[in-house]
Design a protein around this ligand. Structure first.
Ligand code: 13P
Length: 255
């Protein structure tokens, strides 16, 4: 891990409830963990509850969303706008998670619009990108990631990565228990930084690149030893407070 402040983010996906939110905000209080950024992205109906509990329990947890509309407002049934996220004090949003790309048909261009919409409205976007098993076999990993990054650069410029985060999430590692090895992850993270450096070396050095895909309390420490891994985007293990705490402590010890 380089000197950037690690970000440990939990993506609860369609899991969790109010009592889990209460538990997390109590466990992650300001005495429990410092020196790193901790983020929870619960289902959108719970964002406000999380924001409130963070205040009530003096918690260090940052509040995020799992998705946002590329539109400002209007007739878009089921969608959630940046204004709404701002009103419930969400400061981060995940965009382009592979589940949204695969199940909901989000394209690199649409994801870039969401990224821009978040950034333009003071919400930090976390751009997810990663290859499927087949794409890895076909040696397409770097192409897939370059396409997702270039869509953002084309729409909103390389400067937009000054205030954004990137998450490398190989699809074959998500929810499978089969994490990328630290070396596999580092190779892709290094590619991401070098790709950004082709546009702007300073921006490339400053961007936090998270690894996601079966991160747990046992494999996190080794992942965090890698130079270009600046934290994690955690699914399953972010639903269990002591596992998530161990991952956060591992990030702390890597500093
Ligand atoms: P798992 O940690 O459950 O593999 O999920 C990773 C993920 O998709 C986080 O966004």
């Amino acid at each position: 891990m380089s000197q950037l402040t690690p970000l440990i983010a939990g993506n609860w996906k369609m899991n969790g409830n109010k009592s889990l939110i209460s538990e997390f905000t109590q466990v992650f209080n300001s005495q429990a963990i410092d020196g790193i950024d901790v983020l929870i992205c619960p289902p959108s109906v719970y964002i406000e509850s999380l924001s409130q509990q963070v205040i009530n329990n003096n918690s260090v947890i940052n509040v995020g969303a799992q998705n946002v509309s590329e539109q400002m407002s209007g007739a878009f049934t089921g969608e959630i706008s940046v204004d709404m996220l701002n009103e419930v004090n969400a400061t981060f949003v995940i965009v382009g998670h592979s589940e949204r790309r695969a199940i909901f048909g989000e394209t690199p261009e649409l994801v870039a619009e969401k990224y821009k919409m978040a950034l333009d409205n003071n919400i930090t976007p976390i751009l997810c990108s990663g290859e499927t098993d087949q794409e890895r076999e076909d040696d397409k990993t770097f192409d897939v990631i370059a396409t997702d990054i270039d869509a953002v650069v084309n729409l909103t410029g390389i400067e937009s990565f000054k205030n954004g985060v990137i998450a490398y999430e190989p699809v074959w590692a998500i929810g499978t228990g089969k994490s990328a090895t630290p070396e596999q992850a580092q190779a892709v993270h290094h590619f991401i930084r070098s790709h950004l450096a082709k546009y702007d070396a300073e921006v490339a050095q400053g961007v936090r690149i998270l690894y996601g895909g079966s991160v747990n309390e046992k494999n996190a420490a080794e992942l965090f030893k890698q130079n270009d891994i600046n934290g994690a985007l955690v699914g399953g293990a972010s639903l269990v407070s002591d596992k998530f705490m161990t991952i956060c402590q591992n990030a702390q010890s890597s500093l």
